[in-house]
Design a protein around this ligand. Structure first.
Ligand code: ADP
Length: 505
């Protein structure tokens, strides 16, 4: 059991003239008493603390275990009149009014018996300002709340310490902004991540100064979305460490808390240093880029030789050889597509893919893509549902790549003979394009993950369909860089609709 002796919370009873003591009902020992208690009983603290209260004060004072439990159950205050113990050096017999209250703390599973004591008015004619029984009740109730509050504080402190240890173990920093005071806080670890001294006053401007220029817009817009729309922040950006000047990668996850009127109160977030992870990714990307690049040349040569064999087989009338060459050419084409996907991915991640905007008629692009698809996809019907002539200002080649990707997925994930419908329509200042298939569909639990890098839905219908899970990731990156949005809606067994928006020129 925890000892309450000398604990700050009971200090306010030091000046009360109602005697108060706290007993541990487990061993009946007095754990705390105030000066008024010592005075009324004419004993010093040394004589009281740690002593068995019944032995010391007499059997009249005793609260049995059964009575204690009953008092706990009823939350009642018990009152008794007792004669003062014999050591009280008074000329006449002194009657004391004693009050008891039982306390049980759910949090600590601890129990306490609080005893109040006042001299009965008629028992001490020389003493004035004697408290009434009502005052004693209030003191008992107050002491009870104090004990419970103090235990809660201890628990709060412990959980704060646990949280801090968990942050420490997870190598996580904490950050916060108080919007009413403008104060920005950053834990020790967080300061180390940014290269800030522990004693320096942190400001938003100071943190932004460390963030590399190309991420300023992203950081500011994530912050303003969190503030105005309540969106959780999850941003990854590079910084220049303020003391070592080296480049580091940080991921910040945060949330703004609002009051009942919807006004922002504070932001609380976590900061992680993900430099190692980023470096690993970089090494992986470099490797993929190198392998893809090296494979490109032999595949192009193999495609050339296969075409030559196709032509020779045609000239010599060797149908069997011709069909083998056709098949080899198709397989090489698939391989080449996959390699191009990897090359695009690594170019995209190393920032080498730029967006070259131009104004063009979107309907003309759709017609071109559909014509190509019809020529190369004999297994499905590709149709334009509706599309108006609208000019957009975008990277035509990249948007074509997005459309081709969505159409080839629609083909891959639906059965032969089904329909693929493409449509586009104006939505305010955006143009919305949709690619709809009648395929296997995607379940609602995984649909939000299909745009993640290397993510592939694992299911029976998809296990024999080849792919690396990068097509949709590239589509999303391209659309994001055009300040558009891309999403999917699907019903298992019925089909999927991929939609994306682009700002109208
Ligand atoms: P890949 O097709 O190479 O695996 P993608 O990034 O293009 O990679 O797609 C990711 C995953 O999303 C696919 O593995 C597939 O499970 C799912 N998916 C994509 N398009 C469709 C679609 N039209 N219908 C059903 N599932 C799809």
């Amino acid at each position: 059991m925890r000892s309450y002796t000398g604990i700050q919370f009971l200090k306010e009873f030091e000046y009360s003239d109602i005697g108060l003591c706290v007993v541990d009902p487990g061993n009946d020992q007095i754990d705390y008493c105030n000066p008024a208690f010592e005075h009324i009983l004419n004993k010093s603290g040394r004589d009281l603390i740690g002593k068995n209260y019944v032995d010391l004060l007499g059997p009249q004072w005793e609260i049995s275990q059964t009575l204690f439990t009953e008092m706990l159950f009823n939350s009642s205050v018990l009152k008794r009149n007792v004669t003062a113990p014999s050591s009280t050096m008074e000329s006449h017999e002194q009657i004391l009014e004693v009050g008891y209250i039982a306390v049980h703390s759910d949090h600590e599973q601890s129990r306490w018996l609080i005893i109040s004591v006042v001299q009965k008015a008629n028992s001490d004619p020389h003493r004035e300002g004697i408290k009434s029984g009502t005052g004693a009740n209030a003191v008992l109730e107050l002491a009870k709340s104090n004990i419970l509050l103090s235990e809660l504080n201890t628990i709060l402190k412990e959980s704060q310490e646990n949280l801090e240890s968990a942050f420490e173990a997870g190598n996580l920093g904490q950050c916060g902004i108080n919007f009413s005071t403008g104060e920005v806080t950053l834990s020790k670890k967080g300061r180390n991540f940014f290269g800030l001294a522990q004693d320096i006053q942190v400001t938003w401007e100071l943190l932004l100064e460390a963030v590399n220029e190309e991420f300023h817009e992203m950081v500011n817009s994530a912050f303003s979305d969190a503030l105005t729309l309540g969106k959780p922040v999850d941003s990854t950006y590079s910084i220049t460490h303020l003391s070592s000047k080296e480049t580091r990668w940080l991921r910040v996850m945060a949330k703004v808390h609002f009051n009942a009127q919807g006004e922002p109160l504070k932001l609380f977030g976590l900061v992680m240093d993900i430099t190692e992870q980023k470096n690993d990714e970089q090494r992986k990307n470099d490797f993929i880029a190198m392998v893809s690049h090296e494979l490109k040349t032999p595949i192009t040569s193999a495609q050339g030789y296969t075409q030559l064999i196709q032509r020779k087989a045609e000239e010599s009338g060797n149908v069997f050889l011709g069909s083998l060459a056709d098949k080899a050419f198709t397989q090489l084409g698939r391989m080449s597509k996959l390699i191009n996907g990897f090359l695009n991915l690594s170019r995209l991640e190393s920032g080498k893919i730029g967006i070259h905007r131009e104004r063009f008629d979107f309907k003309a692009l759709i017609n071109e893509v559909v014509e190509d698809a019809r020529a190369t996809i004999p297994t499905h019907t590709v149709q334009v549902d509706k599309c108006t002539n609208i000019d957009v200002c975008a990277d035509r080649d990249k948007i074509q790549q997005v459309l081709n990707n969505l159409i080839s997925n629609a083909v891959k994930y639906s059965t032969v003979g089904t329909n693929i419908l493409i449509s586009c329509e104006r939505m305010g200042s955006f143009l919305k394009t949709q690619v709809r298939d009648q395929g296997i569909g995607i379940d609602s639990e995984t649909i939000s993950l299909v745009f993640d890098r290397f993510y592939r839905v694992e299911s029976t219908p998809t296990e024999h369909i080849s792919g690396f899970g990068i097509g949709l990731y590239i589509c999303k990156e391209i659309i994001d860089r055009h300040q558009g949005k891309i999403w999917a809606e699907s019903t298992l067994g019925i089909g999927t609709v991929f939609s994306f928006t682009l700002p109208i020129a």
